[in-house]
Design a protein around this ligand. Structure first.
Ligand code: DQA
Length: 140
């Protein structure tokens, strides 16, 4: 059975209460449960990790290196973390960068990703659906 590791970065633990006009009303737990159900229907399993700390995200990526794929919403770190970029480049697992919001329709500082060049692909702008699309991309 394929294993997909889902890693969320800073402030994603506040989903449901955090700027709902941008990120919707669903909590991270609800989004994760729905994704786990979807993975099971596709014959796969998900493991979930969230942290607000850059180093913990680096460690989580290193530990996910043997998985069949990684779905990563590094949140604000996307735009400036060399350490997370290097961790993605260091592991064999394909990583899909996801964002719930369309970062290109927002402030200019969100238009640049340090991570995208070392990711398998990028999905942005579909709310919780961004995770589902990434799951299907990795399992397809
Ligand atoms: C985000 C977009 C980032 O720019 C922002 O810092 C986040 C969430 C998204 O999912 O849309 O925290 O990654």
């Amino acid at each position: 059975m394929k294993t997909i590791v889902v890693i969320n970065g800073p402030n994603m633990n506040l989903l449901g209460r955090r700027e709902p006009e941008k990120y919707g009303a669903a909590t991270l737990a609800a989004i994760s449960e729905a994704l786990a159900r979807e993975a099971a229907q596709l014959g796969a399993r998900c493991e979930f990790f969230q942290s607000n700390a850059e180093g913990e995200l680096v460690t989580a990526l290193q530990e996910a290196g043997g998985a069949d794929g990684v779905i990563l919403n590094a949140a604000a770190y996307t735009h400036y973390s060399v350490a997370i970029r290097d961790a993605i480049a260091a592991i064999p697992a394909p990583v899909v960068e996801v964002h719930m919001s369309n970062v290109y329709a927002r402030e200019e500082f969100r238009h640049h990703s340090l991570l995208a060049p070392v990711c398998r692909g990028v999905i942005a702008g579909f709310g919780a659906g961004s995770y589902s699309l990434a799951l299907r991309a990795l399992l397809g």
